[in-house]
Design a protein. Structure first.
Ligand code: NAP
Length: 257
């Protein structure tokens, strides 16, 4: 049987990289996607080490800004050209951000696109490839169940009229909750999980303004921060949950929490 295939969008850092490493240890080939080529190259180096030089293993970095849906589409199409099957799709792309209205060039706020629209687009575009697997699995990590619904969703879906940091976060996160619940219903053969990781020591804060980071550090305290689990540790836990009951054939799990 050929090696199992994984695509990790957001796999160049933090929780996504932790998951990708555990998948490499479990015998998967992995493609990680992100914007930063230096992080991508380092991720590939670590994946090769994690696989321990396994014969025929393959690890690659694909550069893409996944806050633009046409880039998400191009990334999925490139993957589909090179692979006949996808066993595991992981989506952890996105970081903490307090950006004002920032159009992604397609009429959508960049945060909403990276956290919601791009993930849903990728899952649906790759569904045929996932269905070619005997036990396909999808994991998305954001803030499952943590945000209230965006109250103006019916008449301001894109959060243009009522833009605020809180509203765009509520919209992106609650839309993603609903979308992956629907995805799981639409594709019952594809085990689907959407998770909230809690506070994890990663690069998640690096794009926040310095003042916000300083405030977080002061409130949290450097000592407490070092006690928080790392992206590698959480990645191992999430990857093991992702592969649960793999040997029994799995299929059809649905966790949205
Ligand atoms: N860490 C926490 O405490 C925490 C708490 C709640 C929720 N979360 C959620 O958990 C998920 C994973 O976060 P993390 O903590 O692992 O953060 P992280 O270490 O910053 O990793 C984020 C990953 O997403 C990629 N990424 C970010 N923006 C992107 C874009 N526009 N296009 C393509 N790739 C992009 C980054 O790659 P490049 O740098 O190469 O672009 C990186 O690989 C995120 O959805 C985050 O919101 C995290």
């Amino acid at each position: 049987m050929s090696r199992r295939q994984a695509l990790c969008m957001g796999g160049t850092s933090g929780i996504g990289l932790g998951i990708a490493l555990e998948l490499a240890r479990a015998g998967f080939d992995v493609v990680v996607v992100g914007r930063n080529p230096a992080r991508g190259a380092e991720a590939v180096r670590r994946l090769e080490l994690a696989a321990g030089g396994a014969e025929d293993s393959s690890f690659a970095f694909a550069r893409s800004d996944l806050s633009v849906v046409k880039n998400v589409k191009a990334t999925c199409e490139a993957f589909m050209k090179q692979h006949a099957r996808l066993d595991v799709l992981v989506m952890t792309q996105g970081r903490g951000s307090m950006m004002r209205w920032t159009d992604n060039g397609e009429g959508t706020h960049a945060n909403i696109a990276v956290n919601y629209l791009g993930r849903v687009a990728a899952a649906f575009l790759l569904a045929p490839l996932l269905r070619a697997s005997s036990d396909p699995r999808v994991l998305t990590v954001l803030a499952a169940g943590m945000h209230k619904p965006y109250v103006h969703a019916a008449d301001d879906f894109a959060v243009r009229e009522h833009f605020s940091f809180a509203n765009q976060a509520d919209a992106a996160c609650s839309y993603t909750d609903v979308a992956f619940d629907r995805f799981a219903t639409r594709f019952p053969k594809i085990s689907t999980a959407h998770l909230y990781p809690g506070v994890v020591r990663t690069n998640w804060m690096i794009e926040l303004p310095l003042s916000v980071r300083c405030l977080a550090w002061t409130l949290c305290g450097a000592c407490l921060w070092t006690c928080v689990k790392s992206g590698d540790d959480v990645g191992v836990e999430f990857a093991r949950a992702l592969l649960l009951d793999e040997k029994s054939g799995g299929g059809g799990y649905r966790y949205v929490f």
